[in-house]
Design a protein around this ligand. Structure first.
Ligand code: FAD
Length: 458
C-alpha cells in the first residue's frame, strides 16, 4: 500500500504519534518515508528526552544497543517530523483534543507498569517490579526516588527472561565497570555499598521451558568474577522429562548440564538459576525484606507447573519481579485489562477485543502487542499499523478534507513548556559533557526540572 495510491494526494495530513520510543519513531518513519511533506507527524512525548526504553530500559552495560539512537535521530531529522517533548497526553492534552486536531492519532505509549506476584509482603522495602528498579538504575525521572536499601549481599529475581538477565548482570557486575557506563549516579552509589555475592533466579517451570537464549547465560558467565550455577539434578530431570526435544532445547539443556558440572571457583559471585519454584511469601523484618519463601513445583503431564507443598526459604534483601510489563490505561481509550494492552486489530484500535474499530485511532509497539520483541521488532510492527492508516486514508475512513491544526496553540494557551528535538540535542550534549568529566559514557539528568534548567543555562 502506498500513500500515493488513493484519492487524498495534495491534502496536508496531520498525524499525532504519542510516545517517542522505538514504536513511535518507527511509526513516524513509515509515515514520512516517500510521502514528501504530505504528512506532518508530531511525536508527543511526556519526557523531555526521546527514545523510551532505549534510554530507560536497555541496560547501561549494553551501550552498543543504545547506539540505535543514531538511527532514531535520523528519523527525527526527516522532513515533516516534529518532536513535542515534555507533553503528557492525558495530563497536558486529552485524547479527544488530539482526535479533534489531527487526522489520525497513533498511540505508542509502551508498557509502563508491571504484573504483580499477588503474594504477601510484595510491597516490602527491597522488593521491586523490574519496571521500577530498571527505571531507577537507568535514571528515569519517575523512579529516581525509589528507596533501595544498601548493604545487600543476596538478591532474588522472579522470572527467567531477558529482563531477569539484565537485572542479574547489574546486580553482579563489578562496580568500577558499571561506573564507566551511563548508569544513574544514585544507583551506582547504592550498588557500591551492596556487595551482592549471589543472585537467585527463580523460574516456575523446568529448565526445558527456559526461553532465554544461551548467549544471555554466556554473557552473565563471562562477567569478571561471576559464574552461572545450576543444579545438576534439576537439569538431568529435565533431560529425562523431555522425550523429543527441539534442537534449541537440547542445546540449552546440554549447556546447562555443562554449567552444572563445573565446580564454583573460590570467591566468585554467583548467578544461580533455580527452576520449578514459585514465590509464595516475602518475609520482612519491619518494613524491610529479609527473605523469600518459595514452593517447589513439579511439571504436570500437560507441561504446567504444579505446587508440591514443599517449601524452601532463602535469605535475600532485594527481590525483583521480572514477570512481564503491562500497559497503563489512557483516559478516553479502550483498554484490555486482561492483556494489559489496547485492544486492536493489526494496529486499528477497537472498542474491545474483536469489537469494531475506533476511526482515526491506532496503536504501535508494546501497547499494541504486549511486552515482547526487541527494538527492531517495532519497526515491522509500525509498518503494519501505518499500512492501516494509509488504507483508511485511501478508503475515506479518515476525512482528509477536514482541516486540522495540531496541538501547538492549545499547549501555548496552557503554558506547557514544549521541548523540541533541538532542545533534546542540547540536553544530550550536556549529559555527554557531564559524563566526560566523571569518566562515564554519559551522566544523565534524572529529573525533568534539571533537564529544563540545563536548557535555560545552555
Ligand atoms: C528492561 C528492558 C531491557 C530491554 N533491553 C533490550 C535490549 O537490550 N535490546 C533490544 O532490542 N530490546 C530491548 N528491550 C525491548 C525494547 O526496549 C522494546 O522493544 C521497545 O522499547 C518497545 O518500544 P515502544 O515504543 O513500544 O515502548 P517504549 O520504548 O516504552 O516507549 C514508549 C514511550 O511513550 C512515552 N509515553 C508513555 N505514556 C505517554 C503519554 N501519556 N504521553 C506521552 N508520552 C507517553 C514514554 O515516555 C516512552 O518514551 C528491553 C526492554 C526492557 C523493558
Amino acid at each position: 500500500m502506498s500513500a500515493s495510491s488513493g484519492g487524498w494526494q495534495g491534502a496536508p495530513i496531520r498525524i499525532a504519534v504519542v510516545g517517542s520510543g522505538p514504536a513511535g519513531m518507527y511509526t513516524a518513519e513509515a509515515l514520512l518515508k516517500g510521502q514528501k511533506q504530505r504528512c506532518d507527524v508530531d511525536v508527543i512525548e511526556r519526557l523531555p528526552t526521546p527514545f523510551g526504553l532505549v534510554r530507560s530500559g536497555v541496560a547501561p552495560d549494553h551501550q552498543k544497543i543504545k547506539g540505535v539512537t543514531k538511527v532514531l535521530t535520523k528519523i527525527a531529522k526527516m522532513k515533516g517530523f516534529r518532536f513535542l517533548g515534555n507533553v503528557e497526553v492525558g495530563v497536558d492534552l486529552a485524547i479527544q483534543e488530539l482526535r479533534d486536531n489531527y487526522h489520525a492519532v497513533v498511540l505508542a505509549v509502551g508498557c509502563e507498569s508491571d504484573r504483580s506476584l499477588g503474594v504477601p509482603g510484595e510491597d516490602a522495602l527491597g522488593s521491586y517490579p523490574a519496571v521500577s528498579f530498571v527505571g531507577w538504575y537507568n535514571g528515569h525521572p519517575d523512579h529516581r526516588d525509589l528507596k533501595v536499601p544498601p548493604e545487600t549481599t543476596r538478591a532474588a529475581i522472579v522470572g527467567v527472561g531477558d529482563v531477569a538477565t539484565d537485572l542479574t548482570r547489574i546486580a553482579l557486575t563489578d562496580r568500577d565497570a558499571l561506573a564507566r557506563t551511563d548508569i544513574a549516579e544514585h544507583a551506582l552509589e547504592i550498588l557500591r555499598k551492596s556487595p551482592v555475592h549471589e543472585v537467585l533466579i527463580f523460574g516456575r517451570r523446568g529448565p526445558e521451558h527456559m526461553k532465554l537464549a544461551i548467549r544471555e547465560l554466556r554473557a552473565i558467565d563471562a562477567l569478571d568474577g561471576v559464574q552461572v550455577a545450576v543444579d545438576a539434578e534439576e537439569v538431568a530431570a529435565a533431560q529425562a522429562r523431555v522425550e523429543s526435544p527441539s534442537t534449541a532445547t537440547q542445546k540449552k539443556l546440554e549447556y546447562l548440564a555443562e554449567l552444572a558440572a563445573r565446580p564454583l571457583a573460590e570467591g566468585v559471585r554467583v548467578a544461580r538459576f533455580m527452576f520449578l519454584r514459585s514465590p509464595k511469601r516475602l518475609i520482612t523484618e519491619g518494613e524491610r525484606l529479609v527473605g523469600v519463601e518459595v514452593e517447589r513445583n513439579r511439571m504436570s503431564s500437560d507441561s504446567r507447573p504444579t505446587g508440591t507443598g514443599e517449601f524452601e526459604r532463602f535469605d535475600v534483601q532485594w527481590l525483583f519481579r521480572a514477570i512481564g510489563y503491562r500497559g497503563v490505561p489512557l483516559e478516553g481509550v479502550p483498554f484490555d485489562d486482561a492483556w494489559g494492552t489496547i485492544p486492536n486489530n493489526d494496529g486499528r484500535v477497537c472498542e474491545r477485543r474483536d469489537g469494531p474499530p475506533v476511526p482515526g485511532l491506532y496503536v504501535a509497539g508494546w501497547i499494541k502487542r504486549g511486552p515482547t520483541g526487541v527494538i527492531g521488532t517495532n519497526r515491522a510492527d509500525a509498518v503494519v499499523t501505518v499500512s492501516k492508516i494509509l488504507a483508511d486514508l485511501d478508503g475515506g475512513i479518515i476525512d482528509v478534507d477536514a482541516p486540522k491544526k495540531g496541538c501547538e496553540e492549545i499547549l501555548k494557551e496552557r503554558g506547557v513548556r514544549v521541548v523540541g528535538f533541538d532542545d533534546w540535542e542540547r540536553i544530550d550534549r550536556a549529559e555527554l559533557e557531564r559524563g566526560k568529566r566523571s569518566g562515564k559514557v554519559r551522566e544523565k539528568f534524572v529529573d525533568v526540572k534539571a533537564m529544563l534548567e540545563a536548557l535555560d543555562e545552555a
